[in-house]
Design a protein around this ligand. Sequence first.
Ligand code: HEC
Length: 126
Amino acid sequence: MSIVLIFMRSRYLFVFATTLMLSGCAMSEEMRRINETNQAEHVREAGRSTNLTGEQLFIRSCNTCHPGGSAGVGPSLENLEKDFPNDAKLKAFLRKGKGIMPAQTKDTINDSELDELIGYLRNLKF
Ligand code: HEC
């Protein structure tokens, strides 16, 4: 306690300590705002989710051009394993689209739905 009193007698130290405390408050205010923004993003993400299965997503977004996975307006998907050996490549392709094949943005298919869709594509039988 006496040590604190000695410190407090120094005006500069007092000002310094007060500044530290105030900036601490400003920091936590900033943290609170960041948390709020993150939470709002999670809520939006959940709102966009449709919880459709991979098959339902395929029928909704892909089947018109790749009927049942075979050739239509788009090519057959039977070479998927060869052309996209890993999921990261396939996901990047689907997110970007190509030519007349539309890009699948997060607003249309969120990340977990994309996982479902990939699971379905990987198990297509020809
Ligand atoms: C409007 C028609 C259309 C829709 C809808 C569409 N595609 Fe395509 N897709 C194409 C065309 C055309 C190509 C060939 C693109 C090129 O190479 O120029 C293609 C190519 C592909 C390929 C590459 C095949 C390979 O082995 O090289 C995959 C995989 C694919 N599409 C999957 C999908 C999936 C999954 C969906 C649904 C999310 C989808 N496509 C929706 C038209 C479409």
